[in-house]
Design a protein around this ligand. Sequence first.
Ligand code: 2P0
Length: 324
Amino acid sequence: MSNGVGIARAYPNMALVKYWGKRDEAMMLPAAGSISMTFDTYATTTRVELDPTAQSDTVELNGQVAGGDAAARVVAFLDIVREMAGSQSRAHTVTVNEAPTAAGLASSASGFSALAVAASRAYGLDLDQAALSRLARRGSGSAARSVVDGMAIWHAGDTDVESFAEPIDAPDMRLVIVTVNAAQKAVSSREAMRRTAATSPFYGEWVTCTEETLERMVAACASGGVDEIGRIAETHALRMHAVIQSCDPPIRYLSPRSHEIFDAVAALRDAGTTAWATADAGPNVAVLTTPAEADAVAGALADLGTVRVVGPGHGARAIDEETA
Ligand code: 2P0
C-alpha cells in the first residue's frame, strides 16, 4: 500500500504471563515481561488515509464518529507516527471490530497493533516486526504482542529499543473464551495499573514474581507440556487479581460467575481433562486446553457463559483494499 493509504488487520491476544504495571508510562515500558497467544478470531480492521488538506484527524469506530478518550488516544498515536515520518499530514482513520462490542472482547491490543501497521504504511515508514511492536506498544502495552503470530514474548527492556515482542515456540493450544459480562469495566486497565503500583503493599513482590514466572513459562513452552503451561498461567492470573484487589481503594474484576468458572475448570481437571483458567481485567474467563479437548471443554462450560474456541492466529499485517 502506498500513496498515503494503509490498511491492516489484527487480533486480540490473551496473556498467560500477565503485564500489570509500567516502569515508564511516557514510553510505555512495562514493569516486567509477558507472554501471550494472539487469537485467530475477533479481527480489527483499520484503514488510515492521509489528508494533507485537513486541519485535524478524524476517527471512526464501527461506523460512528469517535470522540473523547478513544479519539484522543488515536491522535496521540498518530502524532508519534508523524514525528517518526517527519510529516504534518492529518489522517482519516476508520476501524471496524469484528468482536461484538457486547461481548467485551474488542481490545486495545488488536486496535493499536492494527493502527501501528496501517498508520506506518500510510505515512511511508518501512518498519520491521520489532519496530512495529515497539510502535504498537506506545498505543497500548498489550498491542506490542498482537504484532506477532501465535505465541509472543514481550521483553520488558530497559529502553524503548529493547521493549518489543517476538515469537516464542510453544505447543499447539486452544483457548475457550467464556464471556459472562458485556458491560464496560468500571476501572480501565491503565488506571487500575497506576493504582496498583501506587497503593498495593504487594506490588514489588508482584513484579519480582512476574519476572520469575516469565522464566518458568519460557521453559514450560519449550518443553511442550500444556498442563505445566496452564498450571503456571492459572496461578499467575490469580496472583494478578490478588494484587489488583489489594489496591486502595480496592478493585475487583472477577465476579461470582468468574469464580464458578474457575471451579468448573478445576472439576474438569479432576476428571482428567487438560483445562486451566485465566482472566484479564474483567469477569470473562479464558480456559487453556489442547486442540483435541477444546470442543469438550467448551461444551462443559456452555451453561456458565457464551463460549468460543480460539486458536493461535496471525500477528497484525497489512492487507489490500480488496481483502478489506
Ligand atoms: C495483559 N492486561 O497482559 C494484561 C492482563 C489486562 C490484564 O494488558 O495501559 O490495555 O494500554 O498499556 O495493555 C490490559 O492493559 O493497558 C492488559 P495499557 P492494556 O494482557
